[in-house]
Design a protein around this ligand. Structure first.
Ligand SMILES: Cc1cc2nc3c(=O)[nH]c(=O)nc-3n(C[C@H](O)[C@H](O)[C@H](O)COP(=O)(O)OP(=O)(O)OC[C@H]3O[C@@H](n4cnc5c(N)ncnc54)[C@H](O)[C@@H]3O)c2cc1C
Length: 263
């Protein structure tokens, strides 16, 4: 049986960004279709389910180059390493993980860094190092502060403070009527290593859904001030809701030992 669905916005993928985009657009009255290939929403986000189950992403299992070399064996080798990782957690960190039982493993490999768009602006290491105080973009719609984090594949380091992500990172250079609000957006490899966290992708998704609601077919020419005002009114992120750069400029970076575990 086939059915014809019509909508104003089609969101492909219900990961951190897509799910937030669909929800924020729908909440503002846009008719949305959300397409998801897997049997649930959430994508690669780490989360605790309402019943208390823990969804855990293991740390780095293999490089992309190794996965290509291993070909069809890559999945089997990655799974063996994931089981070892779990064993290590249960034995070395028994106080935290000893009581948990492993019940399920994702059927697919999660690729941390993959294809990305070249958009109207590319978020780069220079933005991360400049930080909010020195960035002069007028279309910043999300704030991030995670370290430059390659999970052992390349050297990692902490940042001095938070930086902003411009809306133009979500807009393809050459394709009209398409917004990319996920870890495939326009970031350099170093930029992505810091900003790709679930929480940041959710804020990008909210910005994309909100932009569609505000500007419709003219979304590629979105007025950044209107968009930021709406996000701020909707409490998109605490930093947006409380006056933006004015507040952020005074915030000292979180000391390394107080930061959340790397993602
Ligand atoms: C192994 C791993 C560990 C991580 N650990 C952490 C962590 O601890 N903390 C943290 O904050 N971040 C972590 N991250 C990063 C973060 O989870 C992701 O970068 C972020 O959640 C990605 O969000 P996204 O919006 O790009 O969507 P994704 O999570 O990539 O989800 C994309 C969704 O789109 C769907 N999809 C793909 N193609 C199609 C299609 N053609 N049609 C329909 N649906 C489709 C997929 O099934 C998926 O559900 C980790 C990432 C990985 C891979």
């Amino acid at each position: 049986m086939t059915a014809t669905l019509t909508a104003d916005l089609c969101v492909v993928g219900a990961g951190s960004g897509g799910f937030a985009a669909a929800c924020s657009a729908a909440r503002l009255g846009v008719r949305v279709i959300l397409l998801e290939a897997a049997d649930g929403v959430g994508g690669t986000s780490i989360r605790t389910y309402p019943n208390g189950d823990l969804n855990m992403n293991p740390l780095h299992l293999m490089t992309g180059a190794e996965a290509f070399e291993l070909g069809s064996r890559a999945r089997e080798v990655a799974f063996a390493r994931a089981r070892l990782h779990w064993h290590l957690l249960q034995t070395r960190y028994a106080d935290t993980f000893g009581a948990w039982k492993r019940t399920w493993m994702s059927p697919a490999l999660g690729v941390r860094e993959t294809h990305r768009l070249v958009g109207r602006y590319v978020l780069r290491e220079q933005d991360l190092d400049a930080g909010l105080a020195a960035q002069d973009h007028d279309d910043i719609i999300a704030i991030a502060d995670h370290s430059v984090d390659f999970h052992g594949a390349r050297p990692s380091r902490e940042l001095d403070g938070p930086y902003g992500i411009p809306f133009r990172c979500l807009l393809p250079k050459e394709v009209d009527n398409l917004i990319v609000a996920c870890r495939g957006a326009s970031f350099s490899s170093i930029g992505a290593s810091s900003c790709r966290l679930s929480r940041t992708m959710m804020v990008l998704g909210q910005a994309a859904g909100t932009a569609v609601a505000l500007f419709g077919a003219d979304v590629m020419q979105a007025d950044p001030h209107k968009l930021r005002n709406q996000l701020s009114n909707d409490d998109a992120a605490p930093s947006l809701a409380h006056g933006w750069l004015d507040v952020m400029a005074d915030i000292a970076p979180i000391p390394a030992h107080e930061r959340m575990p790397r993602g």
